[in-house]
Structure formats: structure tokens, C-alpha cells
Write a protein that binds this ligand. Structure first.
Ligand code: M6R
Length: 360
């Protein structure tokens, strides 16, 4: 049941310290700087030259997160919408690894794309939450995210677990490909180990409810970020529209001035996610919106320069560069939840949506 919580979504947001602990259990060894994914012995990915990640919805945003981290680790990688794959698949050869990312393991679009990749001769892996799911049966290998059941239609705890498992898998692929562990493994592993505590602290101190209240009844809600922060901006907007029924859009920070800025008014709050990836540029982009009267909510650590510039601030703990976006995402999950609650929406079962989309 929901226990002390009014909704499964809120319960599942609060379960993230536990679901991440489960995801990482036995898989990282920060003291020795090692990752151990039992199905993937060192050397498994030595021949991988490129990676395609296939997914839909929130899982696609986790795939984008993982894909960018792979590119940053020197592995050619693309995240693709599974529902576009039948008309737009890039070429596959026997050095292509295809990763299907799906919480349920039953999404029809993702299963079709996985089958297409299998038929084309790719090595396939699925990153999923559900043991015995179709994706787990049909992919060559499976990496379980161990998040536990997710009842709310809005994916929350499974996003953070997917992203973290894709970061770990990416580090293994990069290590095999380059013949040595990526340089940032030393900062990533200890930060991952403390991530459950960091989220606990964030959940206890979050002021997302006050922000949601302050900006309720706005016309539109915009989310901007750069790099890993861009995938978080997309995810923040998807969650917001899915459960509040209000218009929300996510943009790459630098893209605002190429069109979307025309929509910005004092009635369109802009949530700016700062993940340490050229934050100065993102801050400038946010200021361009502010100049048009839009209130800016900075999602960043307390000592960040954006705090002085922005109208409001949602705080995230200091962490490794690859993880800041995931902490920011927890704040955005809470903003969506509280906004939907104020609007009296049926949070766990939004209209027109199903937990698992089994038709193409
Ligand atoms: O089970 P999957 O991860 O394959 O589901 C994919 C999407 O349908 C899903 O993430 C959807 O976007 C969520 N309701 C978003 O909160």
C-alpha cells in the first residue's frame, strides 16, 4: 500500500535512497575503484565500437543520460526513440551494441525495436526492472535495475535507477574499449555510494512544495539544461505535463534563443538545471528569459552563482559531475507532484495514460 503517503508517486519518490542502494548492492567497490556487474565479466565489451540506446518516454530520457555519458567516455553512442527506430535505425554491424531501456520490459515500441536490432545481428542488452519480462527474455543479456514495483504511472524511482545502471554499464564498456578504466571512475564511485544519503537529505529539506504553490496557475512551464542537464530538463517537463495536465516543455538551454524564447512571458516560469556543464552559458540563457519577465528557478547547489541571479532556488547537494542531474531531477519530481496535488489531479493514474503501453 501507500503507507504514510497520499499517493504512490510520492512514496516512490521517497523510495529512491532504497531503490538506488538496491541497484548498487554488490555492483560497486569504491575502495578498490571497481565495478562488478555479474553478467558482464571484464572484457565483455572489448569489441564494441558503437552503442545505440532504444527507449520511450522517461526511459528515453534515462537513455539520453546514459548515451551522453558514453560519448563523454569516448564511446560513440546515440539514444533513439524506439517508436522511430523502424523508420530511422542507423546502420548496425557486429561491433554495435544495442541497449533497450524499459522499466516494464513490455513496451510494444521498445520490443519491436529490440527485435529489429536482434534480427540485424546486433548484440543486445536490456536494462529493465521486471524479471521475466519480454525484454528480459528476448535480449541477449539483461541488467536489472532492482527498483522494486513502481505503481504510479509516472516513472520516478525507476528513472534514477536506470540512469545509474547506464552510467555503470557505460563505465564498463569504456574500460573494455580503451583497455583501462575511465579517469573519472575515482570520483564517480564514492559519489554513487553516498547518493542514497544525498537524496535523503534533499527530500528532507526540499522546498519544492512552496515553489509549486508560488507558480501554480502559470500559463506554461519551461525546463532548461545543458548536457546531462538537458535530459533532466526533458524529463522534468514530461513529468510535469503528465500529472498536472499543464503545458510544459523542456529545452536545451542554448536552444531557447532559437525560437522558444518567443513563448517566454512573466507567466512562464523557467526551471534552469545546473549540472556543472558550461553553467555560465546556461545562466546567461536563463537571464535572457528573466529579461522577458519570466521568473527563473535555479536548481543547483547552495553556493552556485545562479542562486544570486535566479528568483528562486531549489537546492541540490554537491556531488560528482555525472550525478548532479539526477539530484536535480528529484527536486523536479517533487515540483510536479506538488503542483499536481494543488490542482487536485489523479496523480497515480493520469487520464489517457497506462503504466505499460503494449500497443504501437
Ligand atoms: O516501461 P517503459 O520504461 O518501457 O515505459 C516507457 C514509457 O511509456 C514510460 O516511461 C512513460 O513515459 C512514463 N509514464 C513517464 O512517466
Amino acid at each position: 500500500g501507500k503507507g504514510e503517503y497520499d499517493h504512490f508517486m510520492l512514496k516512490e519518490i521517497h523510495e529512491q535512497p532504497t531503490s538506488l542502494t538496491q541497484a548498487l548492492e554488490g555492483r560497486i567497490d569504491p575502495e578498490n575503484g571497481r565495478i562488478a556487474l555479474s553478467d558482464f565479466e571484464p572484457g565483455t565489451f572489448a569489441d564494441v565500437e558503437s552503442v545505440q540506446l532504444l527507449a520511450c518516454g522517461t526511459s528515453y530520457h534515462a537513455a539520453l543520460y546514459g548515451s551522453l555519458a558514453l560519448n563523454q567516455a569516448g564511446i560513440q553512442s546515440t539514444a533513439l526513440l524506439a517508436n522511430e527506430y523502424s523508420v530511422s535505425a542507423p546502420p548496425i554491424d557486429d561491433e554495435t551494441l544495442v541497449i533497450a531501456v524499459t522499466q516494464s520490459g513490455e513496451t510494444a515500441d521498445t520490443l519491436s525495436a529490440l527485435r529489429q536490432a536482434n534480427a540485424a545481428g546486433a548484440t543486445t542488452v536490456t536494462v529493465t526492472n521486471v524479471v521475466g519480462s519480454t525484454a528480459a527474455r528476448e535480449a541477449d543479456e539483461t541488467l536489472f535495475i532492482r527498483a522494486g514495483p513502481e505503481i504510479g504511472v509516472a516513472a520516478t524511482k525507476t528513472f534514477s535507477s536506470q540512469a545509474v545502471m547506464l552510467l555503470l554499464l557505460g563505465q564498463c564498456i569504456a574500460a573494455d574499449h580503451h583497455g583501462e578504466p575511465p579517469a573519472d571512475l575515482e570520483t564517480l564511485l564514492p559519489a554513487l555510494a553516498t547518493m542514497p544519503d544525498a537524496i535523503d537529505g534533499l527530500l528532507e529539506t526540499s522546498e519544492a512544495d512552496a515553489i509549486a504553490e508560488q507558480y501554480a496557475h502559470s500559463q506554461s512551464y519551461f525546463f532548461i539544461g545543458r548536457g546531462l542537464g538537458f535530459s533532466v530538463a526533458l524529463e522534468g517537463a514530461l513529468k510535469f505535463k503528465e500529472i498536472t495536465y499543464e503545458h510544459a516543455e523542456g529545452f536545451a538551454s542554448g536552444e531557447l534563443k532559437h525560437g522558444p524564447l518567443a513563448l517566454v512571458t512573466p507567466d512562464t516560469p523557467v526551471f534552469a538545471v545546473f549540472t556543472g556543464e558550461e553553467d555560465e552559458k546556461t545562466l546567461k540563457n536563463a537571464e535572457e528569459a528573466q529579461t522577458r519577465g519570466a521568473p527563473v528557478v535555479a536548481v543547483c547547489p547552495d553556493d552556485h552563482r545562479a542562486v544570486d541571479v535566479a528568483d528562486e532556488h531549489l537546492s541540490i547537494p554537491e556531488t560528482a559531475p555525472d550525478l548532479a542531474g539526477l539530484l536535480a531531477n528529484v527536486q523536479l519530481q517533487l515540483v510536479s507532484y506538488h503542483a499536481a496535488d494543488l490542482l487536485d489531479r489523479p496523480i497515480d493514474k493520469p487520464r489517457n495514460l497506462a503504466k505499460s503501453v503494449t500497443v504501437e
